[in-house]
Design a protein around this ligand. Structure first.
Ligand code: SF4
Length: 502
């Protein structure tokens, strides 16, 4: 059977989609190639968020094409994901060596299309059409024991953490963002389906699940997801992943179509509970699952019900990513973000009241069109006031077909770079203080595996999403371990196991 190599650009959603395509191909008998040099099929899963990411993927494909076409003319080349979606046929017109262009709602057709190309039944395939129900197709994605080797002859160990896709698309239409075009309208999977997938993952050793989507806090709001049903029970897997015979069926019946709020319920889940919080409640019921995270949320989705869920659900970790983008109300309005600085600060205050140890990270764009020095100063002051644990800072880069690209008063690159530098200094200074405050503390980590930088050491993650490197061994993988923090580096902590559960 042919071998496939998938290179992924961009966000966790893309990582998750690549895993799903890989699992789909392996199930069809393909093997995973350790590198593009020996693969029969080379796929690039692309990102469109920044111009740079697109250029990188196109450049990579040009290099691959020049190389493989010389010596291995039968290799199949394909683009998947966001850039494939937004450019479609244009990619093949520009790069005639490319055989397949597959949009973001079409990943589940990858194996069939590759079969057709490899069998010579079709020459080129471009499929970027919208497909109803595609949000439910990205399901099986972990390879479990199906991969014979990962390049060094060893089977990869079972994963401790997993991402579960709960929705696709976004309707927010922030003026700088191309995602609503590349990922389409918001479409949510049903709670029963998501819970069943989570149970299955937990039964196979997963301890931490990250619920994933472009705007997870809008989960179920548009389409009134089919949640008034009892989740299906996987054969041999009881709800909660516990032993057969102790099964407890989870009834979820109080979400109404369109995500409108039901009247107050006595006890249990509080009134005015959004579909997303109801999903959190349902996932929280799964026995054996230790931690729940989610990404990416939108600040305006942090209603009181979600903040209250942080206080109520102990598996929901002390970590919130709140993409603020700017500290200036004027710029937030130009960005079409749907909240003000004051509302954002109010959410932070309430979250810290609910979970005093919560870590708060953010995304910030500097140099958005029209951003003045005064607007930027407001972003700096907001960063100081909130004291973010970390921030992903982006220099604004215009994306074609977005409203912001055509806005007046585009900020010159030199100013964008200078603001980027100043903000980065502020974030690093706050981050250093926050990380150093951990020294001497005992904290719980979930051990994920060997450190990427130094495989002789192990890494784990605190509940507040900080990476901890420590001297350990493979037997610690998957354990919840107490470590004492001895040192803080640049956005990394170093620890000693204080209690080791052998
Ligand atoms: S909410 Fe996020 S994904 Fe949606 S348009 Fe805004 S930035 Fe893009």
């Amino acid at each position: 059977m042919p071998s496939v190599f998938i290179k992924t650009y961009g966000c966790q959603m893309n990582e998750r989609d690549s895993e799903a395509v890989a699992a789909q191909l392996v199930a069809k008998g393909y093997t995973l190639a350790p590198s593009e040099a020996v693969a029969d099929v080379i796929l690039l899963n692309t990102c469109s968020v920044r111009d740079f990411a697109e250029k990188k993927a196109v450049g990579k494909m040009q290099n691959i094409a020049a190389d493989v076409r010389k010596n291995r003319p039968d290799v199949v080349l394909g683009f998947l994901g966001c850039m494939a979606q937004s450019r479609g046929q244009e990619l093949i017109d520009k790069l005639p060596d490319v055989d397949l262009v597959l949009g973001t709602q079409k990943f589940h057709h990858a194996a069939d299309y590759l079969d057709e190309i490899l069998a010579g039944r079709r020459d080129k395939i471009v499929d970027v059409a919208a497909e109803q129900g595609s949000e439910a197709t990205i399901r099986e994605h972990l390879l479990y024991g199906k991969v014979a080797k990962n390049g060094d002859g060893h089977k990869p160990p079972p994963p401790v953490t997993a991402f579960v896709s709960i929705m696709q698309g976004c309707n927010q239409r922030c003026t700088f963002c191309i995602v609503p075009d590349t990922r389409g309208e918001e479409r949510s999977r049903g709670i029963a389906d998501i819970v069943a997938e989570c149970r299955q993952l937990v039964s196979r050793g997963v301890k931490e699940i990250t619920l994933l989507g472009q705007i997870v806090t809008s989960y179920g709001k548009r389409d009134g997801v089919a949640v008034g049903v009892t989740p299906a029970v996987e054969p041999g897997v009881t709800p909660g992943g516990s032993t057969p015979g102790s099964s407890k069926r989870l009834e979820i019946s109080h979400i109404v179509p369109g995500g409108k709020m039901p009247p107050s319920t006595a006890g249990g889940t509080p009134a005015a509970t959004s579909p997303f919080v109801q999903l959190l409640d349902a996932v929280h019921e799964i026995e054996g699952l230790e931690r729940i995270r989610f990404t990416a949320p939108h600040p305006k989705g942090y209603g009181d019900d979600l903040i209250e869920a942080y206080a109520r659900l102990h598996k929901l970790v002390e970590s919130a990513h709140l993409p603020v983008q700017s500290g200036s109300d004027r710029v937030l309005k130009l960005m079409h973000r749907g909240y003000t600085r004051e509302r954002f600060l109010g959410i932070v205050k309430k979250l810290r009241r609910a979970k005093p140890d919560i870590s708060i990270t953010t995304d910030i764009i500097v140099g958005f069109p029209g951003e003045t020095e005064d607007d930027f100063e407001q972003t700096l002051s907001l960063a100081r006031e909130v004291e973010f644990d970390n921030a992903y800072i982006f220099k604004y880069s215009p994306r074609r077909d977005t409203p912001a690209a055509g806005m007046p008063d585009q900020v010159p690159l030199k100013i964008r770079e200078e603001r980027n530098h100043r903000l980065l200094e502020t974030i690093n200074e706050i981050g250093k203080r926050k990380y150093e405050a951990f020294i001497g503390r005992r904290t719980q980590i979930l051990v994920e595996g060997p450190s990427k930088k130094n495989p002789a050491r192990m890494t784990g993650r605190t509940r507040c999403n900080k990476i901890v490197v420590f001297e350990g061994s493979d037997r610690h993988r998957g354990q919840l371990l107490d470590v004492k923090i001895t040192r803080a580096g640049s956005f990394t902590l170093y620890g000693d196991p204080a209690i080791v559960n052998l």
